[in-house]
Design a protein around this ligand. Structure first.
Ligand code: MN
Length: 193
C-alpha cells in the first residue's frame, strides 16, 4: 500500500512562490486523493506490497494514473526547499549540466521552456539515461520518464492546481519563481553520474 509523504519543510517555507494555501491543498487534498485512489485499486493486483516505482511500471489504467501521480508529486515536493539567492547545483551535477547544456542558465531556460510549453496538465522532467546523460522531457497527465527507462531527477508540476491560487494563468511566472526553490542537494543525490 502507498502512503502520503510528509513534507520536509513548513507549509509557508516556499512562499511567496508557493503559498501555504496552495501547498496545503496540493499536498493534503490532491496528493492525498491520488494515494487514496491508488490504495483503493491495489487489492487483487498482486502489487499490494510492491514499491511505488514498481506499481507505476507494472500497472495500467486508473491504478497506473493514480500511482504515477503519487510518484511525480513525491519527486516534486522533495525537490523543493526554502528559497536561496543564486540557487544552483554544484559539484558533479553542475559539471554534468554544463557538459550537456552548455551552462546552468541554458539548462534552466530549456527546462523552464519544457514546463511552459507542456500543453495542458502534465510535468517537465530532468532525468538521467543509462549512460548518465541528462535528458529534459515533457510528460502529459501522470506520465513519468521511469516508463522510458530513465531515472527521474527533478520535476515541475504544471497542472493548474500547482499554481492557480498564487499565479492564476501565469504559468511562466510560477516556473520562474521555482528557480530559487530547487533543492539541488536532493537532485544531486539522485544522480549517479
Ligand atoms: Mn500536482
Amino acid at each position: 500500500m502507498l502512503s502520503l509523504i510528509s513534507l520536509p519543510y513548513a507549509a509557508d517555507a516556499l512562499a511567496p512562490a508557493i503559498s501555504a494555501q496552495t501547498l496545503s491543498f496540493h499536498h493534503g487534498k490532491h496528493l492525498k486523493a491520488y494515494v487514496d485512489n491508488a490504495n483503493a485499486l491495489l487489492p487483487g493486483t498482486g502489487l499490494e506490497e510492491a514499491p511505488l516505482e514498481e506499481v507505476v511500471i507494472r500497472s495500467a489504467g486508473a491504478l497506473r494514473l493514480n500511482a504515477g501521480q503519487v510518484l511525480n508529486h513525491n519527486l516534486y515536493f522533495t525537490s523543493l526547499r526554502a528559497p536561496r539567492e543564486g540557487n544552483r547545483p554544484d559539484g558533479r551535477l553542475l559539471a554534468a549540466i554544463e557538459a550537456h547544456f552548455g551552462s546552468f542558465d541554458a539548462f534552466w531556460d530549456a527546462f523552464a521552456k519544457a514546463a511552459l510549453t507542456q500543453f495542458g496538465s502534465g510535468w517537465a522532467f530532468l532525468s538521467a539515461d543509462a549512460k548518465d546523460r541528462l535528458v529534459i522531457s515533457q510528460e502529459p497527465n501522470a506520465g513519468n520518464p521511469l516508463q522510458k527507462g530513465l531515472v527521474p531527477l527533478l520535476t515541475i508540476d504544471v497542472w493548474e492546481h500547482a499554481y492557480y491560487l498564487d499565479w492564476q494563468n501565469r504559468r511562466a511566472d510560477y516556473i520562474a519563481a521555482l528557480r530559487p526553490l530547487i533543492d539541488w542537494d536532493a537532485v544531486a543525490a539522485r544522480y549517479k553520474g
